[in-house]
Write a protein that binds this ligand. Structure first.
Ligand code: URA
Ligand code: URA
Length: 258
């Protein structure tokens, strides 16, 4: 633990969330100079044989710790392993493949859609069908590529007949997109369609026509909501609105980078 704290301090992190309980005050003691601020608040001289348990909250951690691209790739692979042959909700009964995500584990820009369709279910890759081709064209028009961004959905298994995901399914699967965001730590997120926005932001009854084009924030990360590409295939006259939203996301991304 001391090593871990010194590692964080070397990275410039000067505080970590601390959980202290009676049961955690046992074992080795920590000299004040080896601990970061949070641990230093304990007084070794009055608690001669005490230790502190420092739990680094993986969520709080995301904002402060810089991970290498290799670490992110490893953590994503571990998350995929954790999902395993998921049976956590009823969507598992009819799916062919779990569609985890695609792209750069170190992406600055992340696209979050709703759920796999038929093509995605067969291939196990997000946004490879007709809607996916439109998304891919937009990404390329942004002078990015599917390999430089990260693409995932709030639901990892295809809902039968492409029906809307139900609340219990969204609630069960949300932890995985949240963890993907934590690991990747994107600078900007674009949500595609109403369901992705509602699920990520834990809000209901939103009108995508009103919400799109205005930045929201998810754990400090700017979120640009826009239309779903499948909607744009049915309503091509609205494509320029999503392109305008994409421009705003790009501007934000470049402003953060430079
Ligand atoms: N629609 C989505 O929301 N996600 C996909 O991966 C494909 C289509
Ligand atoms: N409804 C949705 O779910 N998404 C859109 O993009 C538009 C309408």
């Amino acid at each position: 633990m001391i090593e871990a704290l010194e590692f964080y301090r070397a990275l410039g992190v000067d505080r970590v969330p601390v959980t202290l309980g009676p049961d955690s005050l046992r074992g080795i003691s920590i000299a004040p100079e080896t601990s970061v601020n949070a641990a230093r608040q304990t007084e070794p001289e009055t608690m001669p044989c005490c230790s502190v348990t420092v739990e680094v909250d993986p969520i709080a951690e995301a904002g402060t710790i810089r991970r290498s691209p290799e670490d992110k790739a490893k953590l994503l692979a571990e998350l995929r392993d954790d999902i395993g042959d998921c049976r956590r909700c009823k969507l598992s009964e009819q799916r062919t493949n779990i569609v985890f995500g695609y792209g750069n584990p170190d992406a600055g820009l992340m696209f979050i859609g709703e759920a796999p369709g038929e093509d995605e279910d067969i291939q196990g890759i997000p946004f490879v069908g007709k809607a996916g081709m439109l998304l891919t064209r937009m990404i390329e028009k942004m002078e990015l590529s599917r390999e430089s961004v990260y693409i995932a959905n709030v639901i990892k298994c295809r809902p039968p007949g492409n029906r809307e995901p139900e609340e219990d399914e969204l609630d069960t699967c949300r932890r995985f997109i949240e963890r993907q965001i934590d690991i990747i730590g994107p600078q900007v997120i674009m949500t595609l369609g109403r369901i992705a926005l509602q699920s990520l932001m834990r809000i209901r009854g939103i009108k995508i026509t009103q919400a799109r084009g205005k930045f929201l924030e998810y754990r400090g990360i700017p979120v640009m909501p826009t239309f779903h590409p499948a909607y744009l295939l049915r309503n091509p006259a609205d494509k320029w609105k999503t392109w305008s939203d994409a421009q705003k996301a790009l501007e934000k991304l470049n402003a953060i980078k430079t």
